[in-house]
Ligand binder design. Structure first.
Ligand SMILES: *[C@@H]1O[C@H](CO)[C@@H](O)[C@H](O)[C@H]1NC(C)=O
Ligand SMILES: *[C@@H]1O[C@H](CO)[C@@H](O)[C@H](O)[C@H]1NC(C)=O
Ligand SMILES: *[C@@H]1O[C@H](CO)[C@@H](O)[C@H](O)[C@H]1NC(C)=O
Length: 264
């Protein structure tokens, strides 16, 4: 009864994964014994795969593991016949376990365990299916927004806008806005700007010279669909402070409300 149930279960399991490739592998079986182990092993890329092969107990049979695709002998007894050190054998009682440490999608396929019983060898096929690791869905994540930081240096406000170059936007130009109006960076009396590209990052820097409360507002740097904003408030009262705390207080006076976001 139990054997029947497990046979049905095994059939279900096999038909579950019954691609022609898997079936043609499992048909290579030549064994009088019902294997207690699954003949189809699913494992995720980089995980170890364990392929089991039980041999009749208390006998001294030679067990060999080979790969069906190229008929390469991998293991015979306890000897390894492949230069790929990911392949190992672990013998636990009557179970000869072929271990593939860090399995790769290319390892998918049919593996054969051969036991040299007399008069005919036992052949236990195991189909290994290594699925690719789920990518960290970069295309489904919102594209990286930019980041806009403001700092005070003397009487200048330094706006530092960083875009990741893989965050979309292609070769699109960066432009700057203050309160949703385009800033005329051609006005070099008021603004100095520079661009730096380094290791996948685009840094745009704009210096507002002679900052005053007229420069308060919400600043934004925009590149394609990426946009980063920062509210800047220049507190002129801070200028009256002693020189020691002058810069610190001015810096504090700038509100760091980082509102980096993406609009579609
Ligand atoms: C391997 O497994 C995946 C999903 O787990 C399945 O889509 C694919 O068909 C399987 N490949 C084979 C050859 O069975
Ligand atoms: C701008 O900010 C980035 C990181 O946010 C930093 O690596 C870079 O040095 C800054 N550049 C300037 C000119 O402050
Ligand atoms: C700045 O000058 C360039 C060329 O001199 C011009 O194409 C551009 O439109 C100007 N920018 C603004 C914001 O006026």
């Amino acid at each position: 009864m139990l054997a029947e149930i497990s046979a049905i279960f095994l059939l279900l399991r096999i038909s579950d994964a019954a691609t022609p490739e898997v079936l043609s592998c499992l048909r290579l079986e030549k064994s009088p014994l019902e294997s207690p182990h699954s003949r189809v092993v699913h494992v995720e890329e980089d995980r170890p795969a364990y392929l089991h092969c039980s041999v009749p107990e208390n006998t001294n049979h030679m067990v060999a593991w080979s790969r069906a695709s190229d008929a390469a002998l991998l293991i015979a007894g306890t000897e390894t016949f492949t230069s790929d050190s990911r392949f190992q054998i672990s013998i636990r009682e009557a179970d000869y376990v072929l271990i593939i440490r860090q399995s790769l999608p290319k390892d998918s396929g049919c593996y054969l365990c051969e036991v040299n019983t007399e008069p005919d060898s036992i052949i236990v096929p195991v189909y290994l299916n290594v699925s690719r690791k789920e990518p960290i869905v970069p295309q489904l994540m919102p594209k990286k927004p930019g980041k806009l930081l403001a700092n005070m240096h003397g009487n200048e406000v330094v706006l530092n806008c960083t875009f990741s170059l893989d965050g979309g936007g292609g070769d699109e130009e960066v432009h700057w806005q203050k309160d949703d109006k385009i800033i005329d960076l051609n006005n070099t009396q008021k603004y100095v700007w520079k661009v730096k590209r380094e290791a996948g990052i685009l840094v745009h820097e704009v210096v507002i010279r002679g900052a005053s409360d007229a420069d308060d507002g919400e600043y934004a740097c925009v590149r394609g669909r990426q946009k980063a904003t920062q509210i800047v408030h220049v507190n002129l009262k801070a200028e009256a402070q002693t020189s020691r705390s002058f810069e610190r207080r001015l810096t504090q006076a700038i509100s760091f409300v980082s509102l980096g976001f993406l609009f579609v």
